[in-house]
Design a protein around this ligand. Structure first.
Ligand SMILES: Nc1ncnc2c1ncn2[C@@H]1O[C@H](COP(=O)(O)OP(=O)(O)O)[C@@H](O)[C@H]1O
Ligand SMILES: [Mg+2]
Length: 138
């Protein structure tokens, strides 16, 4: 594909905005002035891959496995006035799974973090859409 070719993803638009928006607001919150937050998207034959990369504080190797847990926040995040409930990434993971996708993270302290969403690529009108999300979603 060319750089300008449209990449179509099969997703609920409200939930897609929530997935990307949570990752972007985390990236901005954890990146000091002078750093950068970069979004990029590419497509494999079956999958759309969206990266949200920051040059921020990063996450240590022992903390990284916990970031998608409900209510988990790094010690340094709990000290901050700003920030949320520790639910954002748990919601992102729940939403990606409901879209038959995944979310993963790689990070290095004091270098930055990259969160990667993988969602099914939209290629035909016959493929299944997102599963019924049910009434219990936050
Ligand atoms: N881009 C990031 N850079 C550094 N740490 C992050 C980043 N994204 C998430 N984290 C860490 O993961 C924790 C959980 O994130 P999240 O579930 O969105 O909760 P919240 O934003 O409400 O604290 C954050 O509190 C923070 O410690
Ligand atoms: Mg958050």
């Amino acid at each position: 594909m060319t750089d300008n070719e449209a990449i179509l993803v099969m997703a609920d638009p409200v939930r897609a905005r929530q997935m990307v928006g949570n990752l972007v607001s985390n990236a901005i919150r954890h990146t000091p002035a002078g750093g950068s937050v970069t979004l990029s998207a590419r497509a494999d034959p079956e999958t759309v891959v969206i990266d949200v990369a920051d040059t921020g504080t990063g996450i240590s190797a022992d903390e990284l496995p916990h970031v998608f847990d409900r209510f988990w926040r790094a010690e340094k995040s709990r000290d901050r006035q700003s920030g949320g409930s520790g639910l954002g990434l748990a919601i992102v993971r729940r939403l990606t799974e409901a879209h038959r996708g995944t979310v993963t993270a790689v990070s290095a302290p004091n270098v930055g973090s990259t969160f990667t969403l993988r969602l099914p690529r939209h290629s035909s009108s016959t493929e299944p859409g997102p599963r019924d999300l049910g009434p219990d979603l936050p």
